[in-house]
Design a protein around this ligand. Structure first.
Ligand SMILES: [Zn+2]
Length: 367
């Protein structure tokens, strides 16, 4: 970074620090306020998305970000969510610096966070389960209460996430609740989805080719569909540990197409054409699906979604014409859900907001 770029980014009144940046985050921030985003590392990032963004993104370590906050004194500072436990100490340092920077300038810094953690409260601290659940939850209560004092505005992306924070905070939840708001992370309709190219028989899997994204369950469900003589087509887009297994499975299947590491333009084209988007997320060790960005991308393109109850938006999806399967380990249930979603036809994007939920949340945090 040169001195001149430091000077120019110092003019921002609102900053956010995020440990990770992805193409999908950048696309969702695009409709939001003019916030300087400082990020730790890039994940699933298509450089062209970053380069064509109208917002400013700078890679920066946590300590450099702390120094930057103290030096430039932004009025608004958005930090990672406190229950991102691996980053908890970093988040604490950022908040202390934000408040010190404000105090040095005789004003209050508006600190905020966006929360989507929806893991069971007894599992977040990663304490062995032989220890009573009450104690496992209590381990996090004291640090989270401290964050309750340091963060002035809390935006929850899902109802499931509110429940997790409420469970950890226990009797102290009311203090955070009064400073919080629920803003569903719904996408706005993608511009490209207006082109008439949908085919309800096309099913799309988009995401990491890993066990936690339900790849084995999807393949088993698809084999069941083949046995039933289905006329559906499957496109699998992504990359990960299971990509060779998926490619081998797809060999000799004329109704299955696999694309490894697709470009964003290819992804949008496929989303535009698919009638159904499937993502059968399942819990793994200390991980639970929080939202599942491919689900939002499917909604933005009018896809009927088939998923599991793991995502924090499962209740919203079930109430809005999508399919939440009870047992993704049952191939017959997955096959039936895919058939029914295809027969139900496209999903209308008319009920989606003008501004996507993540950008709307950012407006609430930086005003
Ligand atoms: Zn699109």
């Amino acid at each position: 970074m040169t001195d001149s770029s430091v000077r120019s980014i110092s003019t921002f009144d609102a900053i956010r620090f995020t440990p990770e940046i992805r193409s999908a985050y950048i696309e969702r921030f695009e409709d939001g306020p003019d916030v300087l985003t400082l990020y730790g590392k890039a994940l699933y990032l298509d450089r062209s998305v970053l380069e064509s963004s109208g917002k400013t993104y700078i890679p920066m370590t946590v300590l450099a970000t702390c120094a930057f906050i103290l030096k430039s004194g932004p009025r608004y500072v958005e930090v990672p969510e406190p229950l991102w436990t691996r980053k908890m100490l970093h988040t604490f340092l950022l908040l202390v610096c934000a408040h010190v920077a404000g105090a040095l300038r005789f004003r209050r810094t508006m600190t905020s966070t966006y929360c989507i953690e929806n893991e069971d409260a007894g599992r977040i601290a990663r304490v062995p389960e032989v220890i009573p659940r009450k104690l496992r939850v209590a381990v996090l209560r004291t640090p989270l209460c401290l964050f309750g004092l340091l963060i002035r505005r809390w935006i929850f992306g899902t109802a499931a996430s509110r429940e997790t924070y409420e469970a950890v905070l226990g009797p102290f939840w009311g203090y955070v609740d009064r400073r919080s708001e629920l803003v569903w992370p719904l996408p706005s309709a993608c511009e490209c989805s207006k082109l008439p190219s949908k085919d309800p028989s096309r099913v799309l899997f988009l995401g990491a080719l890993t066990t936690r994204k339900g790849i084995f369950e999807l393949l088993a469900g698809w084999d069941e569909l083949d046995i039933r003589g289905s006329s559906l087509n499957l496109s699998i887009m992504g990359g990960g540990d299971l990509e060779h297994l998926v490619q081998d499975w797809a060999k000799g299947k004329p109704n299955v197409k696999v694309t490894i590491s697709p470009a964003r333009a290819q992804i949008h084209e496929e989303l535009r054409q698919a009638g159904v988007l499937v993502l059968l997320s399942k819990p793994e060790r200390y991980w639970r699906e929080q939202i599942g960005l491919p689900l939002l991308e499917g909604l933005a393109h009018g896809c009927r979604v088939v998923t599991t109850a793991q995502t924090g938006i499962a209740s919203w999806l079930a109430d809005n014409g999508h399919c939440v399967v009870n047992d993704a380990g049952n191939p017959a249930e997955v096959a039936s859900a895919l058939s029914e979603a295809s027969e139900a036809g496209f999903w209308s994007t008319a009920s989606l907001p003008e501004i996507n939920g993540r950008a709307a949340a950012a407006f609430r945090m930086h005003e």
